[in-house]
Design a protein. Structure first.
Length: 403
């Protein structure tokens, strides 16, 4: 029996440079590979679990950097190799989402619905999330690029905002909460953020987008033709490799061999590798919001579904603190083993004990202390958003081994 998601495929862009949660996360091991809640599942694992529960394991794919493929496969052994799209170098979210979409179209048809959900978000409220995705899929079927807007609980300057427009309920009865998007706005200053909040017409932009695959690719061919043509060439090459692999499997079976033992998908990347080498380095590096969502919203082509569930993008160590329970009456938060932390007359601290030694805080208040085997960060919690500036400083100082 159909659950209403038979034509829906979820894409998990898993990128990042490891700057905002340094030195815990690094270029080679971004935050999505960590268990930020201390619950035994990493961010990408919980994202996969959440989406697979909606559309099934075979309808979820991951787009990530080549250097992270091994870690993704280790953490998601149930994800088949053809559902991992490896990028030779970062080219931002448009290229990542478009490539996965173009390949999925070739495999499953132009009219499928695709949704992009970042690998490093924390979401609480399973049923509310499923309902938001359900309405987003229905709205996408009507031809809209559809985003899920998060209720703004505070006047944050760390997020972009979505200005909510008129209702689409009459046009899309199966998505009664759908509205047009008037516009997307950049991260505001504190005064502007408070003004947005007071109107009740703005929601946080969490970067979740659901759309018909053909709508996305048609838009890119119109507005970003060079990028779209390159993506098409790479997608064609990947599908050529799919066919070569399938033919080898059939040949092995005809010869009485076990294809799982004699045929390995990683041996069938010749077309993909050649196309990647030719096209990927010159792809425009542009975020999905700028390439697709913002220009289409001006044309009335973007809709929003309210996401009334708990959400955080774990953007800094203050976000980490908000997700962790206090370990004492002084509101200290610890990620890692409590046995490696000692506090005395210290309050409101965020402590990451990962250096295989005891972290002892005496008279320390409202600080971030992150201990790792090769680097120690100490910073006021109020400056958590500036950790990436420290990473930039280290890069400029030539400390590449710490990045």
């Amino acid at each position: 029996m159909s659950n209403g998601f038979d034509d829906f495929y979820a894409i998990i862009p898993a990128g990042g440079t490891g700057t905002r949660l340094w030195p815990l996360s690094r270029e080679g091991r971004p935050k999505f590979l960590f268990d930020m809640l201390g619950q035994g599942r990493t961010l990408i694992q919980t994202t996969f679990d959440r989406l697979a529960a909606i559309c099934g394991i075979d309808h979820v794919c991951v787009s990530t950097g080549e250097r992270h493929v091994a870690a993704v496969r280790e953490q998601l052994p149930e994800l088949s190799a053809e559902h991992i799209f490896a990028e030779p170098s970062p080219r931002d979210s448009t290229a990542a989402i478009a490539l996965a979409t173009a390949v999925l179209m070739r495999r499953h048809g132009d009219d499928i619905i695709v949704g992009s959900f970042a690998a490093d978000h924390v979401i609480r409220g399973k049923l509310a999330f499923i309902e938001a995705v359900r309405q987003a899929v229905q709205t996408a079927r009507a031809g809209y690029v559809t985003t899920i807007g998060i209720a703004a609980s505070r006047p944050s300057t760390a997020f972009g905002y979505i200005h909510e427009g008129g209702s689409l309920a009459a046009q899309i009865p199966d998505a009664p909460d759908a509205t047009l998007v008037e516009r997307f706005v950049e991260k505001p200053n504190a005064v502007t953020a408070q003004a947005y909040l007071s109107t009740g017409e703005y929601r946080w932009n969490a970067g979740m987008f659901v759309m018909r695959a053909s709508v996305l690719m048609d838009h890119l061919h119109k507005e970003k033709p060079r990028l779209a043509r390159a993506i098409d060439a790479i997608a064609d090459a990947i599908v050529d490799d799919d066919h070569a692999y399938a033919a080898a499997v059939e040949t092995a079976r005809a010869q009485g061999e076990n294809p799982r033992e004699s045929v390995h998908r990683e041996d069938f990347h010749a077309h993909r590798d050649a196309a990647m080498a030719k096209h990927w380095p010159s792809l425009e590096k542009i975020a999905f919001d700028y390439a697709v969502a913002e220009p289409l919203s001006v044309e009335g082509g973007v809709a929003m579904i309210p996401g009334d569930f708990g959400w955080d993008d774990v953007g800094d160590f203050n976000s980490v603190a908000a997700l962790l329970p206090s370990v004492d009456e002084r509101n200290n938060k610890v990620l890692g083993s409590l046995d490696d932390v000692a506090t005395l007359d210290s309050a409101g601290d965020v402590i990451v004990a990962g250096g295989e030694r005891t972290v002892a805080l005496l008279g320390v208040n409202d600080m971030v202390v992150v201990d790792t085997p090769d680097a120690l960060l100490v910073a006021p919690r109020a400056r958590s958003q500036e950790v990436k500036a420290m990473v930039k400083h280290l890069a400029e100082s030539g400390a590449d081994e710490l990045l």
